[in-house]
Design a protein around this ligand. Structure first.
Ligand code: DLL
Length: 433
């Protein structure tokens, strides 16, 4: 029997959801226009007036917000509440420029944790469960987000944070943890380490994992599910909108239900900004409908995916986003061909490799080069030069048919590529260095 955290909202009719979104959007828009001069100026400059926005159907008239707006207005320029009402900040690591900082009132925190509680419930969590949260705690939203949802459900919450892998496994075993939350790349590493320690899935009572914060392939999901003996659920979110829990997966595992009563989604053509019909692939744009401190209207996420309202067997009616293919700014353009790291991962894993790989892009004599370094698994490890060459050639062919591009493949020894405890860094683009 499927259980829901907030059945009335998660299973609302389309008409009721639309009416709720409309009402929330109109009051949110007016509030932001009143309280955020940076946003008001942006809207006025675009030639739109308050009267032009009569319902959520008019949302397409409004300008987009992007990371550049967040940087320009850093740190307080998009705040819609006085600081005296804000109780928390979270922030991204700032690997692609200045940090992004998001603010929360107490209500923002409560609603955020309700979203992660929905995700945990969809993965089967109840107050009987022991939930180990191995996402980083601190400025990153992963730890706090899943921790908050777990508390709401009354689960025993184990806040290990990330890192110290052997200690993670000790807690999993000693406390009989049933659910683990971490990045998929860290889950793969935990699984690998368990195997090395001679632990089989039946020696660990884990039943589910909630993995997100980075793009991961279906092949990687199957790999984690079999090494850990669990069902692996995807979870999506971004700091700017609150953190994990913007969308979450249910038992059907065919995409993530967006908590659209809080986050209104659109898909746009990333080049023209045109809104695309349901079912088209494009960039995901969100409007936060409830956020008090840091409300964003039409925020461009750069995540590339597809929205779908197909009926879901879990009974939820919340719209679904397909697994994001990656971010438009992670997309590599190699000799004019668009390449997403997730496509390379799919080829590697379909050939029996684990997700321990590195993609090195360079430009030599004015020509882009693509080198894929991938670890042999301990089972396939060999130092026979002929065998290695044959395996490499197989992968070169696999990549050629997926990408339409010739790559160089180097098979490397097991454990020679650094493991990640948080979000994996898999691409080294030397053209940008
Ligand atoms: O990664 C929040 C989060 C924490 C989500 C824990 C899930 C679990 P940021 O650090 O701001 O926030 O990064 C947000 O990560 O725009 C996507 O590009 C990517 N991302 C997040 N979840 C997924 C996912 C957190 N399930 C950025 N699949 C987003 C693919 C994801 N990409």
């Amino acid at each position: 029997m499927e259980r829901y955290y907030q059945a009335d909202l998660e299973c609302a009719s389309l008409e009721d959801m639309r009416a709720l979104q409309n009402e929330k959007f109109l009051s949110q828009f007016r509030r932001v226009m009143e309280n955020v001069p940076y946003y008001r100026e942006k809207v006025e400059k675009s030639g739109v007036s308050l009267d032009d926005i009569q319902s959520i159907d008019d949302i397409g008239k409004l300008p987009f917000l992007s990371k550049d707006d967040l940087r320009e207005s850093y740190p307080y320029g998009l705040l819609a509440k006085p600081l005296s009402e804000c109780v928390r900040i979270h922030s991204t690591s700032g690997t692609t420029g200045k940090r992004v900082m998001a603010f929360y009132t107490q209500k923002d925190i409560d609603l955020w944790y309700e979203c992660t509680a929905r995700a945990l419930t969809a993965a089967g969590a109840t107050n009987e469960d022991v939930v180990q949260v191995s996402y980083g705690y601190g400025l990153f939203t992963g730890g706090a987000g899943l921790d908050g949802g777990s508390h709401k459900l009354g689960c025993l919450t184990v806040p290990t944070s990330s890192g110290n892998t052997d200690r993670q496994i000790m807690f999993l075993r000693d406390l009989n943890a049933t659910i683990i939350c971490c990045t998929p790349s860290y889950a793969a590493y935990l699984g690998e380490r368990m195997k090395e320690l001679g632990l089989t899935p039946d020696q660990i009572p884990l039943k589910a994992g909630i993995f997100g914060a980075e793009a991961w392939s279906e092949e990687m999901r199957r790999d984690i599910e079999s090494t850990m003996g669990i069902k692996a659920y995807d979870i999506y979110g971004l700091t700017e909108l609150s953190g994990p829990g913007v969308a979450f997966e249910c038992s059907e595992q065919t995409g993530m239900h967006i908590n659209e009563d809080h986050f209104y989604p659109e898909i746009i053509d990333p080049d023209t900004g045109e809104v695309l019909p349901e079912g088209s692939e494009g960039e995901l744009v969100f409007t936060s409908l409830d956020k008090e401190a840091f409300p964003l209207i039409r925020y461009r996420t750069k995540d590339i995916c597809i929205l779908s309202r197909e009926k879901c067997s879990c009974g939820r009616t919340l719209i679904k986003m397909k697994k994001p293919k990656g971010r438009s700014d992670d997309m590599l353009i190699i000799r004019g061909v668009n390449v997403f790291p997730s496509q390379i991962e799919t080829v590697l894993m379909n050939h029996g490799y684990a997700a321990n790989y590195q993609i090195i892009v360079d430009r030599v004599n004015n020509t882009d080069t693509l080198d894929v370094r991938v670890e042999m698994t301990p089972e396939m490890f060999t130092d026979n030069v002929g065998d290695i060459a044959a395996k490499q050639a197989e992968l070169v062919n696999g990549l050629k048919s997926m990408l339409g591009l010739k790559a160089k493949v180097s098979l490397v020894a097991p454990k020679s590529i650094t493991r990640s405890e948080g979000k994996a860094v898999r691409v080294i683009d030397k053209r940008k260095i």
